[in-house]
Design a protein around this ligand. Structure first.
Ligand code: ADP
Length: 659
């Protein structure tokens, strides 16, 4: 039974340091985290026992016990859940299994306030014990193992921890916190009960504490005036009582649940520090019966961009926990949604594989996606009067949404955090594409803030305008100053400015909005249709005709760089710009793909020139024709944020002309 001393994974040591230094302002959450782990451990046991009833041993009633010892200054949280083997204790309490941990650590700034927020989003779990303890002992025995195969894990939360084999009759885990001197307030039953009431009331297991009763002090001298007693005190009675409601929150009628309770439940399942933005709690009957309690967080988690990140919805079947992160229940573009789905109809032994194929699961997923979309529509409606909420399939018989009044401004907040993820849905969820399109917001040439929906845009379209115009670029500044916008600005036509990386890809999946085609102003020849009057058209045609010989020379000079060279009416102040063929990939997307090390098709752009521009007029008959042609092309590339193939040659050419 030798003791081993092992080192924490580097990230754990770092996290521990931060936990103890940054989370001080909200210490008491440690209890929520530990009770939540205990409850998870019981859920896991119940799940494993579905196939192996012997795991219950002689203790079929799952529970969590909280106790303290004033003299020893310890606070202990004990569960009779699944427990840990020695190796599991080493693995689970010595490393962080979450993907993206390294990225997360990289984001920490050293600023305690900021970091505390980030840690909140990361979820500290077990390690939060070190907020109040300078040493933690964990004693555990995994269900199904022999009593001699127990483990003791001890650490003071700095660089390393010790593990040794112990004998432990009881299945499950005790987490013993050796409290710091300044955390002795937790050695108090009243205090503990109030924290548990606040954070863990909704836990579906009983949380027990030993009853205490007042005992008078010992009689010393009965003749004394004050009774002659030593001071009395609270004494443990050996009797345990349940101190929480012990029924899963989502199974309770909504009228019995306060906003605070909803928010606390969210914090427990998400490990988020902040309250959620909104939630919906429904019992759905119809083709399949289930309860959904779905939350939209206020802040994006640190690993939102990890597309492999699991969805945040927990699956229960008839109140029995089945699995975390049930990806079959929520599509990837809604991976930010947290919550619980409790099905009445699925079999208890449902596996991940089975989930993928189940008709009930498909119905639940469809219903849940619709519910999330209508939550968002509802927020959007309160933000700006559009996007009416639509119903879900299945008969909703019990609906509660977060308070109506507090919804203002929330959609913008949501969109700033998750808008770009939502856009992935255009390519992922064809059935809901139209609803999703209504939820999108962009900046535009008339709005610097990301608040313009397609519907707003349509309502403002000019008489005779036949398309919704947009441009994609790396930054808002690049989009706003793009030469391609010049004619639109001149004519006062609004253009949507799209600057999310995902825009270009997502917009591929959206040809039109509500019957109006979407048109990139950087793709194909500009066709303003009825917005251009006959005189303008005629003048443009005449200029183009007169310019033909120069065009031919330009094409020849640039044949390695440009697919075609043509005259355009889209430019006002700039001499030239690049566009792609109607069906081509934009130069911006091609550049992005190349940066990401992916293959982009080698398509050449089309150079469009403005025959009214002084520089372009100079071309005809110039001795510098060849250099000017290349400068025009390279400048057009620069203007849209690209780089000439041979920057040095470009500089040389410009300098030659300047000199
Ligand atoms: P998380 O709960 O987010 O995975 P924690 O740091 O809280 O992260 O816990 C790490 C792991 O340690 C858990 O995933 C679980 O495997 C194990 N663990 C923690 N507490 C318990 C417990 N009371 N019983 C069994 N396993 C536990």
């Amino acid at each position: 039974m030798s003791k081993q001393t092992l080192s924490f994974q580097a990230e754990v040591a770092q996290l521990l340091h931060l936990v103890t230094h940054s989370l001080y302002s909200n210490q008491e959450i440690f209890l929520r985290e530990l009770v939540s782990n205990a409850s998870d451990a019981c859920d896991k046991l119940r799940f494993e026992a579905l196939n192996n009833n012997a795991l219950y041993e002689d203790a079929p009633n799952l529970e969590v016990r909280v106790s303290f010892d004033k003299a020893a200054k310890t606070l202990t949280i004990t569960d009779n859940g699944i427990g840990m083997s020695e190796q599991e204790a080493i693995d689970h309490l010595g490393t962080i299994a979450k993907s993206g941990t390294k990225d997360f650590m990289g984001k920490l700034s050293g600023d305690q306030k900021q970091d505390a927020q980030l840690i909140g989003q990361f979820g500290v779990g077990f390690y939060s014990g070190f907020i109040v303890a300078d040493k933690i002992t964990v004693e555990s025995r995994r269900a199904g193992l022999k009593a001699e195969d127990g483990v003791r894990w001890v650490s003071s939360g700095s660089g390393d921890f010790e593990v040794e084999t112990i004998t432990r009759a009881a299945r499950g885990t005790s987490v013993i916190l050796h409290l710091r001197d300044d955390a002795e307030e937790y050695l108090n039953a009243w205090k503990l009960k109030s924290i548990i009431g606040k954070y863990s009331d909704h836990i579906s297991l009983p949380i027990l504490m030993e009853k205490e009763e007042w005992r008078d002090g010992e009689l010393i001298n009965p003749n004394d005036e004050n009774g002659g007693r030593q001071p009395g005190g609270m004494v443990k009675t050996g009797e345990w009582e349940t101190i929480n409601k012990a029924s899963a929150l989502w199974t309770r009628p909504k009228k019995d649940i306060t906003d605070e309770q909803y928010a606390e439940f969210y914090k427990t399942i998400s490990h988020d520090y902040e309250a959620p933005l909104t939630w919906a709690h429904n019992r759905v009957e119809g083709n399949t019966e289930y309860t959904q309690l779905l939350y939209i967080p206020a802040k994006a988690p640190f690993d939102l961009w990890n597309r492999d990140k699991k969805a945040g919805v927990k699956l229960y079947v008839k109140r029995v926990f089945i699995m975390d992160d049930a990806e079959a229940l929520m599509p990837s573009y809604l991976r930010f949604v947290k919550g619980v789905i409790d099905s009445t109809d699925l079999p208890l032994n449902v596996s991940r594989e089975l989930l993928q194929e189940s008709r009930d699961v498909r119905l639940i997923r469809d219903g849940s996606v619709k519910r999330v979309l209508s939550m968002l529509e509802d927020l959007a409606k309160h933000d700006r009067h559009d996007a009416p909420a639509e119903g879900t399939n299945g008969d909703v018989i019990d609906v509660v949404d977060a308070d109506d009044k507090a919804k203002e401004g929330k959609y913008s907040q949501f969109y700033a955090e998750f808008g770009a993820v939502l856009k992935e849905g255009l390519g992922e969820d064809f059935a809901n594409r139209e609803r999703l399109a209504k939820l999108l917001r962009f900046a535009s040439t008339t709005s610097d803030t990301v608040t313009v929906g397609f519907a707003d845009y349509k309502a403002r379209m000019k008489e005779g305008q036949e398309a919704i115009y947009y441009i994609t670029a790396d930054t808002l500044a690049a989009a706003k100053n793009s030469p391609q916008l010049e004619v639109f600005k001149k004519k006062g036509i609004e253009v949507l400015l799209m600057t999310d990386r995902v825009d270009e890809w997502a917009l591929n999946y959206l040809q039109d909005f509500d019957g109006t085609p979407l048109q990139s102003v950087a793709k194909g020849a500009v066709d303003l249709g009825k917005l251009q009057d006959e005189a303008e058209k005629k003048a443009a045609e005449e200029t183009a005709e007169a310019f033909k010989p120069v065009l031919a020379k330009l094409k020849e000079a640039l044949k390695d760089k440009a697919e075609d060279v043509r005259v355009t009416t889209r430019l006002v102040d700039s001499p030239a710009c690049l566009v792609v063929q109607d069906d081509g990939m934009s130069t911006q997307l091609a550049r992005m793909l190349k940066q990401a090390g992916q293959q982009a098709p080698e398509t050449k752009p089309v150079l469009e020139v403005n025959p009214e521009h002084a520089l372009v007029k100079k071309l005809d008959g110039s001795v510098h024709f060849h250099d000017l042609a290349h400068i025009l092309f390279d400048q057009a590339l620069l203007a849209e944020g690209g780089l000439p193939d041979d920057p040095a040659a470009y500089v040389k050419r410009v300098n030659a002309l300047l000199a």
